[in-house]
Ligand binder design. Structure first.
Ligand SMILES: [Ca+2]
Ligand SMILES: [Ca+2]
Length: 404
């Protein structure tokens, strides 16, 4: 569902509220400063910006202080004479106030009513810190300036990807949010920007949209306090960023440490069959590979082995260890990883091929894409490394790898 959001400015001077800054290439020598086009009202003919006398090609710029997503503008004509209203316009975006990108243009606009608002949707959506509108031409040749009663930029966004701040009532799209990383021992990251107090939402943000925390604490305060560009000061215990370090993935391992096929409860280990009672399925889920007996050996050269966690968990990584044995040809070569929620219907999560040349107790890691939770995870082997009758596995550990 797409919803339109307008960036509120409600300016009361060219530099208030901070960090907004309104400016213009030219200003009429009376009470029509640039900020009056960003104050949200058009109560009279002074509630506007107008260019200097004799200038009918002028521009008005708003610096938001940070990037804002924009794909439309709402222009309101002056609440007075309309013949110097916006006849032609171009809108540009910039991040340095020097290099400008054309966002939209409109020529030969029909004449406006007093304090009339019209909305123009751009062909593209982009994020810039500075937005400049150039207006030129008048509806009457005797007019010698141009003016605008009000100007507001906005964007449309999918509602679920938009957050509203409870402190400022501003809306933020995901693409201009701040990602805050929690302390090292947290498995989560968090977008605090715009979220109601006391709540958190876990969201995946494209890598190029990450804004990492400023690691310079605010001076002259007790404890560590970090001021971010999210409009407020937050007092979270946030991870200090070492700029020389890449963020490392976070791993959550589902350790099982089984001691029988049904313990600890609620875990249940099963297989397509066992060579004999020395090599039950649970020995592939006990977390060790201390000797040749510490593993599962199948009743055949192919087969499957699974664990039922008794609850739904998310898995996208497998550590597979070969048995502590010189029988290297019994290791899996081609297999699939499957998930199920009923032990009957299985979905293939990964297909692994040509895993050859295993060493005794060697561990290989397999990462795959999976966003669904299952309670049963199965390794289903269609070919071993050449042994005529045996398939064996020393240990299996499933987990979840999260990129941060
Ligand atoms: Ca105004
Ligand atoms: Ca084992």
């Amino acid at each position: 569902m797409s919803t339109i959001f307008w960036h509120e400015t409600n300016m009361t001077s060219n530099t208030t509220p901070v960090p907004l800054v309104a400016s213009a290439s030219s200003v009429y020598p009376s009470n029509v400063a640039p900020w009056r086009a960003f104050n949200g009202t058009t109560v009279d003919n002074q509630d506007a910006w107008a260019s200097a006398n004799g200038i009918t090609d002028a521009s008005i710029t708003l610096d938001y202080g940070r990037e804002r997503l924009v794909d439309r503008v709402r222009i309101t004509s002056v609440n007075g004479a309309v013949t110097f209203g916006t006849k032609n316009f171009e809108i540009f975006g910039s991040n340095d106030n020097t290099n400008w990108t054309l966002m939209a243009s409109k020529l030969d606009i029909p004449i406006w009513g007093k304090a009339e608002t019209r909305e123009y949707v751009f062909n593209k959506k982009d994020s810039f810190r500075y937005y400049k509108l150039r207006t030129w031409g008048t509806y009457q040749s005797t007019e010698n300036y141009v003016g605008i009663g009000n100007l507001q930029y906005g964007f449309s966004a999918n509602l679920s990807l938009t957050l509203k701040s409870s402190t400022t009532n501003e809306h933020y799209s995901l693409s201009d949010n701040t990602l805050i990383h929690l302390p090292d021992n947290s498995i989560k990251n968090m977008i605090l920007h715009g979220i109601e107090q006391g709540k958190e939402i876990q969201l995946d943000v494209p890598f190029d949209k990450h804004i990492y925390v400023d690691d310079t604490p605010v001076a002259n305060v007790s404890g560590k306090l970090f001021a971010q560009d999210i409009g407020i000061v937050n007092t979270l215990s946030i991870k200090e960023v070492n700029k020389d370090n890449d963020f490392k993935p976070i791993y959550t391992w589902h350790n099982t440490n089984m001691t029988s096929d049904t313990s600890p409860v609620p875990l249940i280990a099963k297989s397509s069959g066992i060579f004999n009672s020395t090599y039950p399925a649970w020995k592939a889920f006990n977390g060790t590979t201390i000797n040749a007996d510490d593993g599962w050996v199948s009743s055949n050269k192919t087969g499957w082995i699974e664990i039922n966690y008794g609850k739904n968990i998310l898995v996208n990584i497998l550590n597979l260890s070969h048995r502590n044995t010189s029988t290297l040809t019994s290791a899996p070569k081609n297999f699939i990883i499957e998930g199920s929620n009923n032990g009957t219907a299985y979905e293939t999560l990964a297909t692994i091929s040509n895993e050859t040349n295993w060493l005794s107790v060697e561990t290989r890691q397999f990462v795959f894409n999976n966003i669904k939770t299952y309670s049963y995870y199965r390794i289903n082997v269609s070919e071993n490394n050449g042994h005529a009758t045996e398939l064996s596995i020393g240990d299996i550990l499933f987990g979840y790898k999260r990129e941060v």
